[in-house]
Design a protein around this ligand. Structure first.
Ligand code: GTA
Length: 151
């Protein structure tokens, strides 16, 4: 019963994609059924091969989509991993979240599903939004955040 309640909990992800083309209910339904995961807090230097190596431990991978800076077209610290089955995606969330890759704990989040265009950072500078606002130095993610760099 506890497991069932957990599975139906709408807080399956803290993240809400403001560009999702539907209602909150439709968004939550996608999250509960999807075989797509968002992998965050990656180093810009982590490769698709490394992601494959780690995430295939949870099951066969259908597709990996690297997140790209929309201006430079270089990796900008996230990826989508698509499994063939929901069970494998759930195992990856359970067992791979927090795994250290290139000295950083990766964040594994359920995702509503990949659509073309979602591979690009949405920050004004081309990378991820979080890298616009960061005030700390992060060598694996291009140094200071973009707003600090511009000051
Ligand atoms: N499933 O957690 C996620 C996730 N994130 C963070 C991004 N994506 C995610 N998908 C899932 N789970 O396809 C997806 C997006 C898109 C791609 C790139 O990755 O759906 P993005 O990171 O560039 O832009 O997305 P996004 O997601 O639209 O940014 P958002 O939600 O505004 O902000 C993300 C984080 O940035 C916030 O949680 C916060 O930490 C920081 N941030 C945002 N605004 C500010 C601000 N004004 N000041 C300080 N920090 C801020």
């Amino acid at each position: 019963m506890a497991l069932l309640l957990k599975r139906l909990n709408p807080d399956i992800s803290q993240y809400r994609d403001r560009r999702f083309p539907g209602t909150q209910e439709e968004f939550e339904k996608c999250l509960k059924e999807s075989t797509t995961l968002y992998i965050g807090n990656l180093s810009f230097y982590t490769t698709e091969e490394q992601i494959y190596e780690v995430f295939s431990r949870a099951g066969d991978i259908k597709r990996i989509i690297m997140g790209l800076d929309k201006n430079q077209l270089t990796p900008c610290g996230f990826a989508f991993v698509v499994y063939y089955t929901r069970a494998d995606a759930e195992d990856a969330v359970k067992y791979i979240s927090g795994t250290i890759m290139d000295d950083r704990p990766v964040r594994v989040d359920f995702d509503w599903g990949f659509k073309d265009g979602r591979q690009f950072g949405r920050g004004r500078s081309g990378g991820q939004v979080r890298d616009e606002y960061r005030t700390d130095w992060d060598a694996g993610r291009g140094g200071y955040g973009n707003i600090v760099k511009q000051e």
